[in-house]
Design a protein around this ligand. Structure first.
Ligand code: GLN
Length: 543
């Protein structure tokens, strides 16, 4: 597209958790499927500089980008839908905005002015919003504003949107996502919360152009007209967003409602190519009509909160579709696993995945799960802490180092098979100081890892402080645990695998961040394939 970058804002009203991220990603997908280049960013109104220091119970998974930014999990959706990488510029928090403004003030950049929310904080927000647009490569920048309209914290963001709209005129558009609650007693969808939420936006000077209404039931005749009348929008721009079977249906549902066409027309783009979603539909076909099913255990300490493992769950789904297999995840709480119950708890599983994590809680349960997978020949994938636990388990139970541990859990262990990296010893700040983002890895010939990736050089994203201790490498190799992937710059062990096991791989990096609908990650694809081989149930007979 020629001409200036268009800015689309997505705000939320009535309640949180309506799925702004999925709506943003779905609209982006539709625009991309018409040949436009699109990126999505998320503005988060909390005061943490980034979500890296947040407990997963607070905020779900922390998603890591190629350039090592610790970001909101919605960026994971953006990447999985669009199959294009995001970066630090795609996520900004109030904390970062204030940090930048205060930094400028300390450097004297405001030339003696009083530094205020308006214009200094709002200018900083506007600069961030336009940073991606300034690259000149995007036709559309979609900006999702976290939180709910009416929150005190969101006010500077909405003010920034009001100003940008005024400045950019036709190049800006606001989509407001609201909820239509259903009252069972009267059998009706209610529009009043939507009306109030739009009023709230109007009181801040922002008139939405499009309303996306989340609803559990179809919107009856006349409802769109009613909302349109009360909220000053076209009836065609009132979009129904019904609960979907899977998030991957949402782009198609939005296409049925012509969300993308309404957006394009309102932005003054009148001619545009047809949507090409063939590959997406292919994926959905395989995802919804599997030939087999398998049960895979996900062992972690945050299993009550599935959002903590969002990218892993999605990567398993992508890999399942690729294998035409329905992957049922059994969420296994690592704190509850003991030597005495592990066989019972993990019974019937065709694959065991041990999750990333920090700190001591649940660590022994993870080690028990790994021992079980190793001894019973069950396909195993260990990610980050999961890989480190596999190393500890092997040291203790195969190499006879009874007290082997990671110095993260036991600083005075006699066999520190996992230890702090040299560059990490003097680090004091917790935020943004881990080994973060993409690093190269060279795969060793003749290993499973090499046969999975079918390449010599790979690059994967990291988020950890501790590493395999190279002082033990020879002993492990001799015992049958091979270092099959090595970071060439630091000679760091990135992948371990067992020689005498059907499929046992631990990775220091996070492959889940790179799995997308268009390109399911090979490690997940082969892990699910191994699980299918181990014990899939065919679904064909039922058809
Ligand atoms: N806690 C471990 C480390 O910092 C593993 C981190 C993770 O699983 N992401 O090295």
């Amino acid at each position: 597209m020629t001409g200036s970058t268009k800015y689309i804002f997505v705000t939320g009203g009535v309640t949180s958790s309506l799925g702004k991220g999925i709506i943003s990603a779905s609209l982006a997908k539709l625009l991309q499927a018409r040949g436009f280049s699109v990126t999505i960013q998320k503005l988060d109104p909390y005061i943490n500089v980034d979500p890296g220091t947040l407990n997963p119970y607070e905020h779900g998974e922390c998603f890591v980008t190629e350039d090592g930014a610790e970001t909101d999990l919605d960026l994971g959706h953006y990447e999985r839908f669009l199959d294009t990488p995001t970066s630090q510029a795609n996520n900004v928090t109030t904390g970062r905005i204030y940090q930048n403004v205060i930094g400028k003030e300390r450097r004297g950049e405001y030339l003696g002015k009083t530094v205020q929310v308006i214009p200094h904080i709002t200018d900083e927000i506007k600069a961030h919003i336009q940073e991606l647009g300034r690259k000149g490569i995007y036709d559309f920048v979609i900006t999702e504003v976290g939180g709910t309209v009416g929150d005190i914290e969101s006010l500077p963001y909405l003010e920034a949107i009001r100003q940008l709209r005024w400045e950019k005129g036709k190049d800006c558009l606001v989509i407001h996502l609201t909820l239509l609650p259903y009252l069972r007693t009267t059998g009706e969808l209610k529009t009043k919360p939507t009306q109030h939420s739009v009023k709230e936006l109007l009181s801040l000077g922002v008139q939405p152009d499009v309303l996306v209404c989340r609803t559990e039931h179809p919107m009856g005749p006349g409802l769109k007209d009613k909302i349109a009348l009360f909220c000053n929008v076209d009836a065609r721009a009132v979009i129904e967003s019904r609960d979907a079977e899977t998030i991957y249906d949402v782009p198609l549902l939005m296409q049925d409602e012509a969300l993308d066409e309404v957006v394009l027309e309102k932005l003054g783009i009148t001619t545009f190519p047809a949507v090409d979603l063939e590959q997406w539909k292919d994926f959905l076909q395989r995802y919804k009509h599997p030939q087999h099913e398998v049960h895979i255990g996900l062992v972690g300490k945050y299993v009550e909160l599935k959002d903590a493992y969002k990218s892993i769950k999605e990567a398993l789904d992508h890999a399942g579709a690729e294998n035409e297999t329905k992957v049922h995840v059994r969420w296994v709480h690592s704190e509850k696993l003991k030597a005495g119950n592990v066989a019972r708890e993990l019974k019937g599983l065709s694959g065991i995945l041990v999750a990333p994590g920090f700190g001591h809680r649940g660590i022994e349960g993870k080690i028990e799960a790994i021992r079980f997978a190793r001894e019973e020949g069950i396909p195993f994938l260990g990610i980050c802490l999961g890989m480190q636990c596999a190393v500890i388990e092997f040291a203790r139970n195969v190499l006879g180092m009874e007290h082997a541990h990671s110095t993260e859990m036991d600083a005075s262990t006699e066999d520190a098979v996992i230890d702090l990296m040299a560059g990490q010893r003097d680090v004091e700040d917790k935020g943004g100081t881990m080994r973060l983002g993409a690093y190269r890895c060279t795969l060793q010939d003749g290993t499973k890892a090499k046969s999975v990736y079918r390449r010599k050089q790979i690059s994967e994203r990291h988020r950890h402080r501790y590493e395999f201790n190279n002082a033990y490498r020879k002993r492990f190799e001799k015992g049958g645990m091979v270092a099959s992937g090595i970071n060439p710059e630091g000679d760091l062990v990135e992948i371990v695998e067992l020689k005498d096991h059907p499929w046992f791989i631990g990775v220091q990096f996070h492959p889940e961040y790179r799995s997308t609908v268009a390109r399911p990650h090979p490690l997940f694809v082969h892990f699910v394939k191994a699980a299918v081989k181990q014990g899939a149930v065919s679904l064909k007979a039922e058809v």
